[in-house]
Design a protein around this ligand. Structure first.
Ligand SMILES: Nc1ncnc2c1ncn2[C@@H]1O[C@H](COP(=O)(O)OP(=O)(O)OP(=O)(O)O)[C@@H](O)[C@H]1O
Ligand SMILES: [Mg+2]
Length: 272
C-alpha cells in the first residue's frame, strides 16, 4: 500500500500565476486564474472538458503564450520570456502526455536517454553513443519506475501503462523541478492508472518535484493529490487541500454549464 499523502511543509514557491488569462480568438480558455504551487506539491486540475485545464498547463511552460497576467515558473517570467529563456525554462519543466510520445522503434533505455539530451552539446543516435554515466542514470530511472528488465525492449512493444512509466522515467532524466502531466492516465485501465498516479506521487515527495496534473477521475485526484484545483469555463472555482475535502464538494466543480455535457466517469477506488 503506498504512503498516504502528507500535508506539504515549507513555503518554497515554484509556480506563481497571477491573473492569467488566455484567449483563442473569441474563446476565453483561461479566465483570470491565480495560483501558487510549492515545492513537493502534487496539484490536480479538474474540470469539464473545455474548462481550460490543458491551456493552463501549456501556459506554464510557454507552449501557449498567455494573453495577460503573470506566469512565473521556477523564477522564469514565462509570460514575457524570449525564445532562449523559454528553452532554459523547458529544461526545468518536464511534460508528460496522455499518449506517452515515446519513439516507438527505439529501446526504452534510449527513450529515457532522450530526456538528458538537453545536457549534451550534440544529438546522439543509439544508447551506446551516450556517456556511460548517463546510461547508468537512465537505467536507475527505469529501475525507479519498475522497468529495468525492459530497458532493451523496443518501446512500441510495451503496454500503455508501461509506456507511460517509461515516459515518466524520460522526464526524470531531464532532472526537472516541475512536472506537468496532461491526462497521464486517460489511456490506461484503472489498475495501471493507479500505478502511474502512485509513481507520480512518489517522485513528487521523494524527489521534491512540483507536479501539476490534469485528470478526469475525481477519485484518483482525491486519492493522490495534495491539493485539487477546479476549473469551470476557464475560471478557478475550487482550490483546496484534499485533507478533509469530500467527493461531493469536488463534484460541484462539474456543475453543468451546458446541460448536454455529461459528468466524467470515476472508476478508481479511493485510498482514503
Ligand atoms: N489551440 C487552440 N485554438 C483555439 N481554441 C483552443 C485551442 N486550445 C484550446 N482551445 C479552446 O480553449 C478551451 C479550453 O480548452 P482546453 O483544451 O484547455 O480544455 P480542457 O479542460 O483541457 O479540456 P479536456 O478535458 O477535453 O482536455 C476550449 O474551448 C477549447 O476549444
Ligand atoms: Mg485537456
Amino acid at each position: 500500500m503506498p504512503a498516504q499523502p502528507q500535508p506539504v511543509a515549507g513555503d518554497d514557491l515554484v509556480v506563481h500565476v497571477n491573473g492569467l488569462t488566455k484567449r483563442f480568438g473569441n474563446t476565453l480558455a483561461v479566465d483570470d486564474v491565480s495560483l501558487d504551487v510549492h515545492r513537493s506539491e502534487l496539484v490536480v486540475l479538474l474540470g469539464l472538458s473545455g474548462s481550460g485545464k490543458s491551456t493552463l498547463l501549456r501556459c506554464l511552460n510557454g507552449l501557449h503564450a498567455s494573453t495577460s497576467g503573470v506566469v512565473d515558473v521556477v523564477g522564469h517570467r514565462v509570460d514575457r520570456a524570449s525564445r532562449s529563456e523559454l528553452r532554459a525554462l523547458r529544461r526545468e519543466v518536464g511534460f508528460v502526455f496522455q499518449h506517452f510520445n515515446l519513439v516507438g522503434r527505439i529501446s526504452c533505455l534510449e527513450n529515457v536517454l532522450l530526456g538528458g539530451l538537453g545536457r549534451l552539446k550534440c544529438a546522439r543516435y543509439g544508447a551506446l553513443t551516450y556517456p556511460k554515466r548517463m546510461r547508468a542514470e537512465a537505467l536507475e530511472h527505469l529501475d525507479r519506475v519498475g522497468l529495468a528488465d525492459l530497458a532493451h525492449r523496443r518501446a512500441d512493444t510495451l503496454s500503455g501503462g508501461q509506456q507511460q512509466r517509461v515516459a515518466i522515467a524520460r522526464t526524470l532524466m531531464q532532472r526537472p523541478t516541475v512536472l506537468l502531466a496532461d491526462e497521464p492516465v486517460a489511456s490506461l485501465d484503472p489498475e495501471n492508472a493507479g500505478v502511474v498516479m502512485d509513481l507520480l506521487f512518489q517522485v513528487c515527495v521523494e524527489e521534491k518535484l512540483t507536479i501539476l496534473c490534469t485528470l478526469h477521475q475525481v477519485d484518483l485526484a482525491l486519492g493522490w493529490a495534495h491539493r485539487i484545483v477546479g476549473l469551470r469555463s476557464g475560471q478557478k472555482v475550487l482550490d483546496r487541500s484534499t485533507i478533509g475535502l469530500t467527493r461531493d464538494e469536488v463534484m460541484e466543480v462539474y456543475q453543468r454549464v451546458d446541460p448536454d455535457l455529461t459528468t466524467p466517469s470515476t472508476t478508481a477506488v479511493r485510498r482514503r
